[in-house]
Ligand binder design. Structure first.
Ligand SMILES: Cc1cc2nc3c(=O)[nH]c(=O)nc-3n(C[C@H](O)[C@H](O)[C@H](O)COP(=O)(O)OP(=O)(O)OC[C@H]3O[C@@H](n4cnc5c(N)ncnc54)[C@H](O)[C@@H]3O)c2cc1C
Length: 515
């Protein structure tokens, strides 16, 4: 209960315009005003209501046998609950806001995320190179949603409980970690995925994943610590091992090798005989060219069998290197062990849906072996017409029967359809089938380098600074909300102007000193 209150005050504070945090806290009684989706009546009905002065979206809480329940401010308008505020969830909320609704149909929308910030993951590498600031790629939900009717609740989703066919209401209930219950008419599942480190012994203990903002910040801290300890004092190079050479592993290898320069080496390990095996050939070639010019050693055709500390190292010894035992993927090649100061793990991802508990086995969602919800082409979960799923939480096949990749590009495009299809469902209109448009693939290769292969011009791959600028511009356009885009655009413009002036000054002083 205390946790629920803490969460509520945070959520109310975020609805305050102009940074005010004053809230009106009232207590009143509503008797049997609430009936939940399971047909149970509220019993002890002390209701806490918090609201701010100009806001229709208030977060109120009632207590019943199930625990505290969120009171939607309007009894008539549809209630949409969005779980996860990443590319799928946040952009669905913004899409719902942008559509035209008749007044009594406009849904009340609650967005729940365990983090305070949306994270634009494709730009996380730039946190390691110092090219972007955390606020640019991870803006707070409270700022992004400040001028919308969407209520943000910072909490972790614990249980989803869809109502069955025989029950009074067709929606269901979501229970949060704090104990708060939220009933919904329409649910959007967009909880994303996380790194899968439990595949090799020791990886969970000694390797760092790179899939959340926290991971990126921990990696940056670990690098800074090594840089402080080694630079200037010792000639011992910093050794970084990167497990996996998909896009993520290669982008990390290029970025970190550029950061360390000749003060460190990066070893990138891949079970496949190639880097970016599922990527576009143009990008792969551009990446190979770049990393061959940096201190990157590729160990292809190996998988990591185990990660450990040396036998004679004390567990508390933070200085000792880690050891990665590698097995060849093919016969006839010797296994080997390598040492590293820092191990980054980019292999494997697991959907976060299976972590949700379900009250009733019969109402569980259909999940694939990867833990993604099986959806049809309208993005509705099979057998659950009131639940939409998208992004990394959802499994959808293209016309050729291949699963759509777990990418921001897919989630971003699906959000458009999820928003539209919720509108259509509420308005009794036909739902649209989602068709993925592959717009191409982009990868960063460092501070002034990238590879961009557009999907609409065959055989073209942009490389170097042009690709770097093109990628940043595409991502700038994809950032959420006009206001945030503008702020980031100004910030990037200012930085590139300063960089250009510094470059010009450097060139002028070189010319002057040589003359
Ligand atoms: C380093 C990196 C680089 C990438 N680069 C690219 C790229 O260049 N191009 C590309 O297309 N894709 C890229 N991707 C993949 C892309 O970011 C994901 O596919 C995309 O973010 C999926 O969107 P989503 O909405 O499904 O999940 P996410 O964007 O991950 O959002 C999920 C949200 O759910 C929240 N959440 C999770 N569990 C809970 C819970 N129990 N309760 C409450 N909230 C919860 C999380 O906090 C998060 O905000 C990259 C991924 C990473 C990690």
């Amino acid at each position: 209960m205390a946790a629920a209150q803490g969460m509520i005050s945070t959520a109310v504070a975020v609805r305050m315009p102009f940074g005010s945090t004053k809230s009106n806290l009232k207590r009143f009684y509503v008797g049997q005003r609430f009936k939940n989706g399971m047909g149970r009546m509220s019993i002890s009905s002390t209701v806490k209501s918090m609201s701010n002065n100009n806001n229709a979206e208030t977060l109120q809480e009632s207590q019943d046998s199930r625990g505290p329940s969120y009171i939607w401010s309007d009894k008539q308008r549809p209630r949409v609950c969005i779980l996860g505020g990443g590319f799928g969830g946040l952009y669905t909320a913004l899409r719902l806001e942008s559509l035209v609704w008749t007044d009594n149909k406009k849904p009340q929308v609650v967005l729940i995320d365990k983090s305070e910030n949306f994270v634009f993951k494709p730009l996380m590498y730039e946190l390691l190179s110092g090219e972007v600031e955390p606020w640019e790629i991870a803006p707070a939900f409270k700022d992004l949603l400040a001028n919308t009717g969407v209520l943000f609740v910072k909490d972790s989703v614990k249980i989803i409980q869809p109502n069955g066919p025989g029950e009074v209401l067709p929606g269901g209930n979501v229970q949060l970690e704090s104990g708060l219950n939220i009933e919904y008419d329409w649910l959007v599942l967009a909880l994303g995925s996380e790194a899968k480190l439990d595949v090799a012994p020791g990886a969970l203990e000694y390797a760092l994943p790179f899939s959340t903002l926290d991971d990126a910040q921990r990696t940056d801290q670990a690098l800074k610590k090594l840089e402080r300890a080694r630079f200037g004092k010792s000639s011992l190079p910093i050794e970084v091992a990167i497990v996996g050479c998909g896009y993520s592993g290669v982008e990390l290898a290029a970025t970190i090798a550029e950061r360390l320069q000749d003060r460190g080496t990066v070893t990138a390990i891949n079970v496949d005989a190639n880097i970016c095996p599922t990527g576009l050939p143009g990008n792969r070639e551009a990446a190979l060219k770049v990393i061959s010019e940096r201190n990157v050693q590729l160990l292809l055709g190996f998988y990591v069998n185990c990660v450990r500390k040396p036998a004679d190292a004390d567990e508390s010894d933070n200085q000792a290197k880690f050891i990665l035992d590698l097995q060849p993927a093919q016969r006839g090649i010797d296994s080997k062990s390598i040492e590293a100061d820092l191990i980054l793990w980019t292999v494997g991802a697991k959907s976060l849906l299976p972590q949700l508990e379900s009250f009733d086995y019969g109402k569980r969602l259909p999940l694939t072996s990867r833990g993604q919800a099986e959806i049809d082409e309208t993005l509705q979960v099979k057998g659950h017409p009131r639940i939409f799923a998208l992004g990394d939480s959802a499994a959808l096949r293209d016309n050729g029967g291949r699963l759509l990749p777990a990418t921001a590009q897919v989630a971003f495009q699906q959000a458009d359809f999820a928003g539209w299809n919720i509108w259509a469902a509420i308005n009794g209109r036909p739902l649209l089938p989602f068709r993925f448009q592959n717009l191409g693939e982009m990868m960063t290769l460092g501070m002034n380098d990238a590879a961009v292969t557009p999907g609409f011009i065959e055989g073209l791959t942009l490389e170097g600074p042009i690709a770097h600028t093109a990628r940043k511009l595409v991502y700038l356009a994809r950032l959420p909300t006009d206001e945030h885009r503008l702020k980031v655009g100004i910030s990037w413009l200012a930085k590139s102007t300063i960089d250009s002036i510094a470059l010009l000054q450097g060139s002028i002083s070189k010319v002057l000193s040589s003359s």
